[in-house]
Design a binder for this molecule. Structure first.
Ligand code: 4AD
Ligand code: MG
Length: 426
């Protein structure tokens, strides 16, 4: 008999099924052994009778031992997973040592043994949602005719801000880990016009929050001939496509995380749009006074999301002074930049976006004000010297999207091996 997956139990009621996997939980009486088996597709309760020749062997195995078995499937509402298998054949593949994960262990301990914690239902289900989010992003951009283009991870300049860069020794010189793909994308976009990428970005941010990683996966896009309106439509389309795909392909996982799928289905373009100035007015009304020129923190983002029924909200036209050197001023309101952040419930900013400044002198001024070495950007200014055209782009934090869609409390559980302020092991 061929091996099947636990999820196949659904279509094998009353029939025999052959499975292999790991022991998730186990208990027994004198008469019966109950083994909850886990594979990548789910869990199923397997019952072995005490008169089975392998009964002693089976009930003596500890958690995470690897086994293979076969038997008849029956529906059982009370069983975890909804099905039960009556064991006929049974084979031990590997008798595990005493598994170190038991109930009620500290988060820190679980992170120390993350290489084992990844087998938990929480992490497994989050990784499945994550995989589908990656799939949806690729699918969306490919369908729109975008080319996938990679950029270097070792870079000579800051892409975003000098203060949160990771320095690396590049032989005798100082280099940095990429914070963004963007500057290189702005060079290649003048060749391929529509490009995107999903790659790791690195931020040495000293923020100990539930939504910051020091190494995260960044989906970025750059489009020639595009303005802010076009960019907003592109972002809305992407979010709607991700949600649609996750709802279609990750039903079980959304159920596991107790996600209100109906609420997700209600998310349709166009999303609510407000300017930064309007955001400040809303905050004032809600008793959270924020001075003009201050960035929105998690607290303020939460208030704004709450004001609009906890659906995604675009905030456009942030003060130029708090935004990156490549964001252009809005001619109608020059103290603001032609940019937006997209906020999502539970996490806040999931996308940072802007049109790109085409004025070399303006950009040099901003870089100098930020204490950057202007000379190292000279190659980048060539993109404004030879056939410069309007273009725009955004970056989306993939883990933040997964965090939103799973409702996970901490971003670290959306990635297999999280890197945070105080942890880069194992
Ligand atoms: O807003 P950011 O810094 O924008 C950029 O890097 C632009 N160069 C993107 C572009 O236009 N091509 O970062 C973009 C997104 C944020 O909105 C957030 O979702 C995510 O990246 N992000 C992080 N995610 C996890 N941990 C961190 N420390 C993050 N920093 C940013
Ligand atoms: Mg940002």
């Amino acid at each position: 008999m061929q091996y099947k997956q636990i999820a196949d139990a659904e279509t094998h009621e009353g029939k025999a099924l052959r499975l292999r996997g790991w022991i998730h939980r186990t208990r027994h009486s004198n008469k019966l052994g109950f083994i909850v088996l886990r594979d990548s597709s789910g869990i199923i309760q397997c019952v072995i009778n005490s008169d089975h020749p392998k009964f002693r062997e089976a009930v003596s195995l500890g958690i995470e031992s690897a086994i293979s078995l076969s038997g008849k499937v029956k529906k059982d509402e009370r069983a975890p997973g909804g099905y039960e298998l009556a064991v006929e054949e049974f084979e031990t593949i590997h008798r595990a040592e005493v598994f170190p994960i038991t109930k009620d262990q500290s988060d820190e301990f679980l992170l120390d043994i993350r290489h084992l914690t990844v087998r938990s239902q929480k992490v497994t289900n989050a990784l499945k949602v994550r995989s589908t989010v990656f799939e949806a992003i690729h699918e969306y951009f490919r369908k729109l005719g975008y080319f996938e283009v990679q950029s270097p991870i070792i870079t000579p300049t800051a892409g975003e801000s000098g203060s949160d860069q990771f320095n690396v020794k590049y032989f005798d010189e100082e280099a940095y880990l990429a914070q963004t793909w963007q500057l290189y994308a702005e060079a290649v976009v003048l060749a391929l016009e529509k490009i995107y990428c999903i790659a790791p970005s690195f931020r040495a941010e000293k923020s100990r929050t539930t939504r910051h990683l020091t190494e995260y996966w960044h989906a970025e896009v750059e489009t020639a001939w595009q303005d802010l309106e076009g960019l907003i439509a592109l972002a809305e389309g992407l979010i709607v496509h991700i949600i649609k795909t996750v709802i279609r392909e990750r039903k079980r996982e959304l159920e596991f995380f107790e996600i209100n799928v109906k609420k997700l289905q209600e998310i349709k373009a166009p999303f609510k749009r407000i300017t930064y100035d309007e955001a400040l007015m809303i905050l004032k009304k809600r008793g959270v006074e924020t001075a003009w020129g201050k960035d929105l923190r998690t607290l303020e983002e939460r208030e704004i999301l709450d004001e609009f029924g906890n659906k995604p909200v675009f905030v456009t036209h942030f003060p130029k002074q708090i935004k990156a050197f490549y964001m252009p001023r809005d001619p109608e309101k020059p103290e603001t930049a032609r940019c937006f952040d997209l906020l999502a419930p539970g996490v806040g900013e999931i996308i940072g976006a802007s049109e790109r400044d085409l004025d070399i002198d303006e950009m040099k001024k901003s870089l100098t004000a930020a204490g950057e070495k202007v000379e190292t950007y000279d190659w980048y200014f060539d993109t404004r010297r030879y056939g410069s055209v309007p273009h725009a782009g955004f970056g989306l934090g993939v883990e933040r999207v997964v965090q939103w869609l799973t409702g996970l409390e901490h971003i670290r559980d959306t990635i297999a091996f999280p890197r945070t302020l105080n942890r880069f092991r194992p």
